[in-house]
Design a protein around this ligand. Structure first.
Ligand SMILES: [Mg+2]
Length: 413
């Protein structure tokens, strides 16, 4: 019997590599990968941080995420290149298109990472194919990738991170002990700085130590996150493989910290949910025609309603307006415990058709959407928030981006 094979493809120093190949294409002589260089945010404002660095820049101990000011102190002749997100999006799409020539099952994970699934390959065939893909990407596009090979996404991703750049690694279940357990705990997917500190405190410094620690104590310490990373330490990951084309709906819901009893607050919460939903929709290049609202009352009674629009849209304002109307006709004024929004009837296409049914305001706000997406992408989820959220305690992006339905730029497998 042949098991699923999952590969994780990760572009090495993606922003820098893509920029370097772009410079080659337009005929520039230099290769920014061979000199101390970084891709860094705007230096005029305080958000100027290192987004990606060349290997020579790494030798000066320049770290991703530190300020350009710090980086320049370490290396005064450092070349700083501003980010070009359009270029990255294009390069990312080109790579994914190429990868679909090997399997139709390609799941994007972030702008420079994706998973491939094969159902007809032996392990040996898969490893040979991974080397072939890695070398072909280099010959065709001029940059290097790492490829991790295993039977689930978690293990493939762990393998892809083993040693960089330009490498293929396997991490099959029986290799977990030798290849994964020896690694420091912070190398485990989903173990951040805070979790690492908590685990270090109880003497867990490697992935192997977590795997062999008392399960109940981990769960007591870290709750559901503890369950997740304990399973990850054992290489267990039952997440399904999601192809963009198979995404049927995008949604977002949140249990509220307080019962909502007025329309204004409800509309604001709906906006925060729609922000993330519409953003995801745009990420996957889809437009929706049906919007829905789900309301759970404080007595746990649940009601949902949907509405078919006369046009396809991916616009935050448009979706918000329609869901609010739907909410107004559905809500019977009882205290609300949980709100959810979702969009279905998706269409995937590159260019949007203009509709005469869409309001002018919505058309304008589409441009705003794209700009907001870019800023968030650059500076983080909460770098820019709508005016509605500045005067109250509501979270501007509810529900948290990682989605359980579609994984865009997320951290959950
Ligand atoms: Mg990368």
């Amino acid at each position: 019997m042949i098991n699923d094979i999952i590969m994780h493809i990760d572009v090495n120093s993606a922003f820098l590599s893509w920029h370097a190949t772009y410079e080659k294409q337009i005929g520039m002589d230099r290769d920014i990968r061979e000199i101390p260089s970084v891709i860094g945010g705007n230096e005029e404002n305080r958000h100027g941080i290192v987004l990606a660095k060349s290997i020579p820049a790494k030798k000066y101990n320049i770290q991703t995420g530190e300020s350009l000011f710090e980086a320049r102190n370490k290396c005064p002749k450092l070349l700083v290149i501003p980010p070009n997100y359009n270029l990255y999006v294009k390069a990312s799409k080109k790579l994914r298109e190429f990868l679909t020539t090997f399997t139709p099952q390609v799941e994007p994970f972030s702008i420079d990472e994706c998973f491939l699934r094969f159902t007809d390959k032996s392990r040996e065939e898969a490893v040979n194919l991974a080397y072939h893909i890695k070398d072909t990407v280099y010959n065709k596009f001029g940059y290097t990738v790492n490829i991790g090979i295993s039977e689930n996404k978690l293990l493939a991703k762990m393998a892809g991170d083993f040693e960089k750049p330009n490498k293929c690694h396997t991490c099959f279940p029986e290799e977990i002990r030798d290849k994964m357990w020896i690694l420091p705990i912070e190398d485990l997917f989903m173990v951040g700085r805070k979790t690492k500190q908590k685990l270090n405190k109880i003497g867990i410094c490697t992935i192997g130590q977590l795997a062999n620690f008392d399960y109940d104590s981990i769960v007591r310490l870290l709750k559901s996150h503890g369950r997740l990373i304990y399973d990850y330490a054992w290489g267990r990951d039952n997440s399904t493989f999601k192809q963009i084309e198979h995404v049927k709906s995008v949604g977002n819901s949140s249990t509220l910290k307080f019962d909502v009893t007025d329309t204004e607050t409800a509309h604001a919460i709906i906006l925060s949910l729609v922000e993330v939903t519409a953003w995801r929709l745009r990420e996957i290049g889809a437009f929706c025609k049906v919007v829905s609202i789900g309301i759970k009352y404080n007595d746990f009674f649940y009601i949902s309603r949907q509405k078919k629009l006369s046009y396809f849209t991916d616009c935050t304002n448009d979706i918000h307006e329609n869901i609010c109307k739907l909410f107004d006709t559905t809500w019977d004024k009882k205290p609300i415990r949980q709100l959810g929004v979702s969009v279905t009837d998706l269409e995937f296409r590159a260019v949007k058709q203009i509709s005469i049914f869409q309001s002018n305001f919505s058309k304008k706000s589409e441009i705003l959407d794209k700009t907001i997406d870019k800023i968030r992408y650059k500076y983080g989820d909460t770098a820019i928030i709508r005016g509605t959220f500045t005067n109250n305690n509501l979270q501007p992006l509810l529900g948290g981006y990682p989605s359980d339905e579609y994984i865009g730029m997320s951290s959950i497998l």
